[in-house]
Design a protein around this ligand. Structure first.
Ligand code: RB5
Length: 146
């Protein structure tokens, strides 16, 4: 399993903690930055992670900004990406089970590191259910072609 991870300046510490957690689990992580705490623009990193996933360099992506909102909005502009903001494990679970999200986003100013690890673990441990949910996910993706 390969995961691409990216973040803005608000989430350097959070990203470092999540990255270490993933690596402890034996997951290969590509860190697309930023590792600087000076102010930067979250769309840059949302797009970087999204492209890594959409182009197949990573199986899944994780993107973190202050709220998770801006970076998810940017990521969702890349064709093939389904990025969700999850601030607790239930939503993280459902975002895989029903929505087959291929990017997880959250806010470093919203959740603590332990909650973030729980969100990430739940997200990675949950498989897409398919069935009627596949049709709905297909409907979402068809919007990209219109
Ligand atoms: C940066 O101040 C902040 O706007 C950003 O991290 C994010 O929360 C945007 O959605």
């Amino acid at each position: 399993m390969k995961i691409a991870i990216g973040n803005d300046h608000t989430a350097v510490e959070m990203k470092t903690a999540v990255k270490a957690h993933l690596e402890e689990k034996g997951i290969q992580v590509t860190d697309l930055g930023t590792n600087e705490t000076g102010s930067c623009d979250y769309p840059v990193y949302g797009e970087k992670v999204a492209r890594a996933v959409a182009e197949g360099q990573a199986d899944l992506g994780i993107a973190i900004c202050g709220t998770g909102l801006g970076i998810s909005l940017a990521a969702n502009k890349v064709k093939g990406i389904r990025a969700c903001v999850c601030s607790e494990p239930y939503t993280a679970k459902m975002s895989r089970l029903h929505n087959n999200c291929n990017m997880l986003c959250f806010g470093a100013r919203v959740v603590g590191v332990e909650m973030a690890k729980m969100i990430v673990d739940t997200w990675l441990d949950t498989e897409f259910e398919g069935g009627r949910h596949q049709r709905r996910v297909d409907m979402i993706m068809e919007i990209e072609g219109r």
